[in-house]
Structure formats: C-alpha cells, structure tokens
Design a protein. Sequence first.
Length: 84
Amino acid sequence: MFSTLLPAALLPSPLTLAAFANSAPPGSERFITDLQLAERWHVHPSTIWRNAKKSPQHPQPIKLATRVTRFRLSDVERFERKDA
C-alpha cells in the first residue's frame, strides 16, 4: 500500500523497525506485563501476584493507568541479580 505512495528509499526497512521496536530512549523506564514476567520466570501469572503481595523484595506492580498495571523491567532485573 505504501509502496505506491512513497519511493522505496523513503520507506523504513524491516531491520530499522526491528531495531527500534524494543529499544527505549536513554533515561526512560521500560515496563513488562505480568504475563511477560510469568513467561520469563516460567511460572503462572497468579504466582507473580501472590509473591508481589507476600514479599516486598519481589518486584512490585506499578499502576500506569486504569486497568494498566506493569512491572518495572529494572526492578525485575535487579531482583534476578540478587536471586542468582
């Protein structure tokens, strides 16, 4: 669709899009969902919530908006380094 409107040189390559899809600007915080965290740790999502409620050492959920709760990736990585 876009190729008929723009010359190919102006279209971003798939590699360019892939490179920026998972990157964040320096100094910005990245977040992951409970499902992503559960997959990362190979546990059920309910285990993530139970551990967060039970132990303040576990990464704590952050409410970003109504019905949008995420975990800071930096908190998750910090917890993984301590646990290793």
